[in-house]
Design a protein around this ligand. Structure first.
Ligand SMILES: [Zn+2]
Length: 239
């Protein structure tokens, strides 16, 4: 479920994201009544099996069986903030024309990683979502080879250039090529390339140092600020 709004005193319209990546609006009658069977949906993020009737337009929700309660996220203020931020990245680009199951898969993968907060780094998990969604926001970054000499040696990458929209290797850095470039660090560039290129189903853990996770997220945020200029409300909740 991605959002909900009150429809009447007793009913709500909820919007769910299904496995195909389609947003489905559903009327949940009696939602606000104390003994409603939809009570599980009132708070927090949930993965659930929704049974509903829908021909077109708003469907009618019949039953809900929760698959994941995401307690690790919902019961921890900080993790909830990260969950909200991830949700915002995904939901902002959802539209009826450009539907793909990948949006659902990405969201579920990120939440499952975030849920295991001791095993996966929260900033890096968020950065993975940001990196994977870049093409959907019309962002194309080159973190794979130097814009000038074509080198693919990660150990000589330290700067990202907003002039070349690419990494520039240390051998090619001079006064001119340094213009509009920022120091990112080679470990962070390597991680960004991994998040961008690795197949989602092969990413089963994101175990990086918190400091690197923070730097990686800062880098993806810098890219979004420069190229997409989108405002994410939940970003200010993240420290
Ligand atoms: Zn170079």
């Amino acid at each position: 479920m991605i959002r909900q709004t009150n429809y009447s005193e007793s009913s709500r319209i909820i919007t769910i994201l299904n496995e195909e990546g389609v947003m489905v609006p559903l009327m949940a009658r009696g939602f606000n009544k104390p003994k409603s069977s939809f009570i599980v949906l009132r708070q927090g993020f949930k993965e659930a099996l929704f049974t509903y009737n829908r021909f077109k337009g708003i469907g009618t929700l019949n039953e809900v069986d929760v698959i994941s309660h995401f307690k690790g996220i919902n019961e921890d203020f900080e993790m909830f903030a990260y969950g909200s931020y991830i949700m915002e990245y995904v939901t902002k680009i959802l539209n009826d024309e450009d539907v793909t199951p990948k949006d659902y898969e990405l969201l579920m993968k990120a939440f499952k990683l975030l849920e295991k907060k001791d095993e996966n780094e929260k900033n890096a998990t968020t950065a993975m979502v940001a990196a994977k969604l870049m093409p959907r926001y019309g962002i194309e970054i080159n973190v794979d080879e130097c814009a000038l000499c074509g080198s693919r040696e990660y150990n000589v990458f330290s700067h990202y250039s907003f002039k070349y929209h690419s990494v520039v290797c240390d051998h090619c850095l001079d006064e001119e090529t340094l213009e509009r470039s920022v120091h990112i660090g080679n470990r962070i560039i390597y991680l960004a390339a991994y998040m961008k290129n690795a197949r989602l189903d092969l990413i089963n853990s994101i175990n990086v140092a918190p400091e690197n996770g923070r730097k990686l997220l800062k880098f993806t945020e810098l890219i979004y600020d420069e190229y997409a200029g989108v405002y994410f409300k939940a970003r200010r909740l993240i420290t």
